[in-house]
Design a protein around this ligand. Structure first.
Ligand SMILES: C[S@@+](CC[C@H](N)C(=O)[O-])C[C@H]1O[C@@H](n2cnc3c(N)ncnc32)[C@H](O)[C@@H]1O
Length: 328
């Protein structure tokens, strides 16, 4: 069998489509679904290549950047997957985009877990949560809000770094007829388990407000699902609060698919600090046992304080019927 028979390329293809085929692995990961569809219509070979890329996008929303693949399932309409740039860690708004398919299957260290000069950390070689360790970085509340970090003597294998090793539960993204995409458990999850961090572009409050105005407009004019999360932490003085603005609309991880539930859902939102790290991180833990196939949800906020006017379909017993808005 000669080369042309093996690849399906004709001499004519070698001028245009043939060249595109040879560089498909470089170009295609950057293409949006519509671009991929039009390239697919060019010739048979490109159709096969685009089909393979589409099925790899469907099979893992995380692009091999998490410990397990997180597949899309849609029995509602023809949208095969949601198109966004996957990032397992926080990014700055100017960070370069990562192409689809660029993951190695190994979780990379969070670039924001860098040591701040003079910051405090423990001297333990390894801090084991279960063996009554005296590690000064540990907090002994029900869910950990303080972890070992870049100032500590221990490494990533340390037992007090639950949220720094990527997603360790099996998840899937399922399309709901009324709420759009939703994040669901693909296995039984016990209470108190780390689910995932909320990652995305870290914004200033001014930028968050500008984007929220734009997203409100886009949401009114058609189907658009913004994923801008604002978390406020009140300081002990009671007079000030810390704001963390994370926009996962364009760049983020699978937390961008978690829908709202008026009863608080099955997730607790925690601000986790790692000793010596520059920034705290917003993390989700299971607030109760979660069954396989159950949707994961948390409360976006109080509808009496702020509402979008959009309808809520959480179907909890205390549903207010209205979706809370991001109070920016
Ligand atoms: C962070 S996104 C969640 C993922 C989203 N469903 C999607 O398809 O990408 C937030 C958007 O999801 C939808 N949503 C979330 N919770 C909902 C609920 N309880 N009822 C109706 N729509 C909901 C709204 O469109 C909201 O603006």
């Amino acid at each position: 069998m000669d080369k042309q028979q093996r690849t399906g390329e004709s001499e004519k293809d070698d001028d245009g489509a043939g060249i595109l085929c040879r560089f498909a692995h470089l170009l295609f990961p950057y293409l949006e679904p519509a671009g991929l569809a039009s390239v697919s219509a060019t010739c048979k070979v490109l159709h096969v290549v685009s089909k393979a890329i589409t099925s790899s996008r469907i099979s893992d929303a995380s692009r091999c950047l998490e410990n397990y693949p997180i597949p899309f399932f849609n029995s509602v309409d023809s949208e095969l997957y949601a198109n966004f740039i996957y990032s397992p860690a926080q990014t700055l708004p100017t960070s370069p985009s990562i192409p689809w398919g660029g993951g190695s299957g190994r979780v990379k260290p969070d670039p924001f877990l860098v040591r701040v000069e003079g910051a405090y950390g423990c001297d333990c070689e390894s801090c084991d949560l279960d063996s009554g360790s005296n590690c000064a970085c540990m907090d002994f509340s029900e869910l950990p809000t303080r972890e070992c970090g870049p100032s500590c003597g221990c490494g990533l294998e340390c037992g007090n770094r639950l949220t720094q090793k990527g997603i360790s539960v099996k998840l899937k993204v399922v399309k709901d007829r009324r709420k759009g995409w939703s994040l669901c458990a693909a296995e039984f999850i016990p209470k108190g388990k780390f689910i995932c961090q909320y990652t995305g572009e870290l914004l200033t409050t001014e930028e968050a407000r500008n984007r929220q105005r734009l997203y409100d407009k886009l949401s009114k004019s058609g189907h658009f699902s913004p994923a801008l999360l604002v978390v406020k932490e009140h300081l002990p003085s009671g007079n000030a609060c810390i704001r963390i603005n994370i926009d996962a609309t364009r760049i983020g991880n699978i937390a961008r698919f978690i829908n709202h539930s008026c009863d608080g859902g099955n997730l607790s939102t925690l601000i986790v600090r790692s000793s010596g790290a520059l920034l705290p991180r917003v993390c989700f833990f299971s607030s109760r046992v979660i069954l396989e196939n159950e949707e994961l949800a948390f409360s976006y906020g109080d509808t009496t304080v702020n509402s979008t006017g959009s309808q809520c379909f959480c179907s909890s017993a205390c549903c207010s019927g209205i979706l809370p808005a991001e109070n920016t």
